[in-house]
Design a protein. Structure first.
Length: 252
């Protein structure tokens, strides 16, 4: 019997298709074999667990890498900032030392010009036909430049005197404004000039508590004059009264 193929190529396709892998058939075969629903659920749970564990591992590894990079940057910054903080503390220590020295110098400098200010104010207030015979300090303080330096404890014990430590002496030398009391003795030919002199002294920003101690008539060069004694105290002036000028010195 003779057969004629009316569809050319259909035989070849059938033969080639039979030689390949049929995935749908394989999956359907596996589904047919797995008939227990608990086994199918267990397999699905295992697959989900594997996927979840893989995702968590990947996420944890990424976070660990990020934290490690941050730790390395923090350690580098700590090393760099440690030297900066050390230099900052060193600079602050030097600044505090300089400020302390400047404060000490300023305290001594303010006290150094007490008597120049006082003599200048007394000279400015002195009226005509009036002259002075004596200007002296009546109280003795640590600010008196003519007073001997404070003794050390060993020297004081040798001399049988009680002396305070150098730290206390240094504290007294810069603590508070200087307390200076002075006595002015002079002569005038006009009693009104004495009143004007005391009024000008009281108006001075450097003097206070100006009081007349005594006045008497004396003979000077065969002339009758009035001798007076006036007591006063030093007063710390307002900062606006004192004018300071910077001093510069060129070094060649």
């Amino acid at each position: 019997m003779i057969e004629i193929n009316l569809l050319p190529g259909s035989g070849k396709k059938a033969r080639s298709g039979g030689a390949g892998v049929n995935l749908s058939g394989a999956l359907s075969g596996m589904a047919a074999r797995v008939k227990d629903p608990f086994l199918a659920g267990a397999m699905a749970a295992i697959v989900i667990a594997v996927l979840a564990i893989g995702g968590m591992f990947w996420k944890t590894r990424a976070e660990a890498n990020t934290l490690l990079e941050g730790l390395q940057r923090a350690q580098a910054d700590s090393i760099r900032y440690a030297s900066i903080i050390k230099e900052k503390h060193k600079a602050e220590t030097q600044r505090d030392s300089v400020l302390k020295q400047m404060a000490l110098i300023s305290a001594f400098d303010d006290k150094r010009y007490v008597w120049p200010h006082l003599l200048d104010e007394i000279s400015r207030a002195l009226p005509p036909y009036t002259w002075l015979t004596s200007v002296e300090q009546t109280n003795i303080t640590t600010d008196d430049p003519q007073r001997a330096l404070p003794q050390r404890p060993a020297a004081a014990a040798k001399n049988g005197k009680n002396a305070k430590p150098d730290s206390a002496a240094d504290a007294d030398s810069t603590a508070g404004p200087p307390q200076v009391k002075l006595r002015i003795i002079g002569n005038t030919v006009d009693i009104q000039a004495l009143t004007r002199f005391m009024r000008l002294l009281e108006a001075s920003p450097f003097l206070q508590n100006v009081q007349l101690v005594k006045s008497a008539l004396i003979i000077v060069d065969n002339k009758e004059v009035t001798e007076f004694t006036v007591d006063a105290e030093y007063e710390v002036p307002d900062a606006s009264v004192i004018r300071k000028t910077p001093f510069t010195l060129s070094v060649r």
